[in-house]
Design a protein around this ligand. Structure first.
Ligand SMILES: Cc1cc2nc3c(=O)[nH]c(=O)nc-3n(C[C@H](O)[C@H](O)[C@H](O)COP(=O)(O)OP(=O)(O)OC[C@H]3O[C@@H](n4cnc5c(N)ncnc54)[C@H](O)[C@@H]3O)c2cc1C
Length: 436
């Protein structure tokens, strides 16, 4: 008799836990992803700020699949789900399933602002982090021999939009890169000319954290030289500025958009209602409503618990993934099934050396203790022994030597020229190679 076939779309935090939970069981699992690696997104900002090499935060999915006889991997872009015929339609072929798990995650939400989409960097994929690192290094190199003070100032201005964990962590890491490392690297420059601006639409950073932790994060960032602007709305961007609603534009060549996510593209191909951010409201057992053979987990889902929606964070995706693996096996073996319950252990964000905030089990921590907890947790959830060692080695190196060793410009001059031809800089004095 044919074995039950589970197809998991997405090898991120949620999808990987489904595959691991079913490994060694009596069902066959096919993990499908457009990338051949699992990406540890929480450390993307460290790749962008030259602290980690990209290999340290990505892990080959085939390395995971090959350990288990019932788990296999396919590299493919999933374009649509044929629910009636129980098939996953990819850019290459159609894959049949008995049970389907959709764990395709989320994407950056520019809220239909095309100028932001065109000109801002985001941090979602590995290549986004490398592109942003290249830009940071590139503008410093150009500023080092730029004689026009206004242009030099614009090259050395970095704008981050979004005061959530990603914006806060990136702003802190960039401030340390500039003041601890570039200070020595660029003797031609007065590094204090560099400005890091963190913009947030509401009246505090880390708005889902307790208020005292938000205040601490703000104070620490200001102490590190970050210009924190609250209650400020961004209206758009050009190739050389950020447009502020009710305020003057900020000349810059580096804008990071960290102000929102929406459900993955694949969500648009599925039937049914959508919640905020295009998320799919799921049943208490994480099914696509009306489809007992399809689970949806992680950032794609909308599920309320105790009156509020679960956040789009790794721990929710991980717990959902583990739950779904158990639920599939319980269904297969006719065992009792229970609805999904998220066990909220809290949240953390790091600000800089020895500085972090943590809200764990209702206890608010800040400073070195929170920082150590943050380091430990990120190592614990990281995938792969070598990756863990690499990440810890890089942290130790940075901590001991005040250094960031991945300060490599890896862009190709031809690529850059092509980009500049498609999007010429608006200021004729700006060297062509700075177009995004
Ligand atoms: C910069 C950044 C920092 C973050 N920091 C934290 C943090 O500190 N703590 C925390 O808890 N959370 C953090 N998060 C959020 C966390 O990473 C997500 O909540 C988590 O990754 C969601 O897991 P998931 O399994 O739903 O999706 P993901 O982990 O995003 O995985 C989705 C997978 O699906 C694949 N995929 C998508 N579409 C397709 C398709 N059409 N075909 C094939 N494959 C597809 C993708 O390649 C990816 O591998 C951060 C996110 C980002 C971007």
């Amino acid at each position: 008799m044919a074995r039950h076939r589970v197809v998991v779309v997405g090898g991120g935090f949620g999808g990987l836990r489904v595959a691991q939970g079913l490994a060694g069981s009596d069902v066959d699992v096919l993990l499908v992803d457009r990338n051949n690696y699992h990406l540890f997104q929480p450390l993307l900002y460290q790749v962008a700020t030259a602290s980690q090499e990209q290999e340290a935060i990505a892990y080959p999915l085939r390395s995971i699949a090959r350990r288990h006889r019932n788990v296999s991997f396919r590299l493919a872009e999933v374009e649509q789900i044929d629910l009636a015929n129980k098939q996953v339609l990819t850019d290459n072929d159609a894959i049949p399933y008995d049970t389907l798990v959709l764990a395709a995650g989320s994407q950056t939400n520019y809220f239909q602002n095309d100028s932001l989409k065109q000109h801002a960097y985001d941090l979602k994929e590995l290549q986004d982090a490398v592109a942003l690192r290249n830009r940071i290094l590139r503008v410093f190199e150009q500023a080092a021999h730029e004689s026009d003070p206004a242009l030099r100032k614009a090259l050395l201005t970095f704008v981050i939009v979004g005061g959530g964990p990603t914006g806060v962590e990136f702003a802190g890491a960039l401030a340390e890169l500039v003041h601890m490392v570039f200070q020595e690297d660029f003797p031609e420059l007065e590094v204090n000319e560099a400005t890091i601006i963190l913009i947030e639409a509401v009246d505090r950073l880390l708005r889902f954290y307790p208020e005292d932790l938000s205040d601490y994060a703000k104070r620490r960032l200001i102490g590190m030289g970050v210009d924190v602007r609250l209650n400020t709305l961004v209206a758009g961007a050009t190739s050389d500025s950020v447009l502020i609603k009710d305020g003057p534009a900020i000349p810059t060549y580096t804008l990071l958009w960290a102000a929102g996510v929406k459900s993955a593209d694949l969500t648009d191909t599925l039937p049914g209602e959508r919640a905020r951010g295009g998320r799919i409201p799921v049943t208490p057992q994480l099914h696509l409503p009306g489809h007992e053979d399809v689970y949806v987990i992680g950032d794609m889902t909308y599920l309320e618990q105790n009156g509020s929606p679960l956040a789009q964070v790794a721990s929710v995706a991980i717990q959902m993934g583990r739950y779904v693996a158990r639920d599939i096996l319980n269904t297969q073996h006719g065992r009792e099934r229970k609805p999904f319950r998220y066990n909220d252990k809290g949240s953390m964000a790091v600000i800089g050396r020895g500085a972090a905030v943590a809200d764990v089990f209702g206890i608010n921590l800040r400073g070195p203790l929170a920082w150590l907890a943050w380091l430990g947790l990120h190592i614990y959830y990281h995938v792969g022994f070598r990756n863990r060692l690499l990440v810890m080695w890089n942290w130790a190196w940075d901590y001991l030597f005040f250094n960031r060793k991945v300060r490599l410009l890896t862009w190709s001059p031809h690529e850059n020229l092509d980009q500049a031809m498609h999007e010429p800089a608006t200021n004729s004095e700006v060297p062509v190679s700075v177009g995004k």
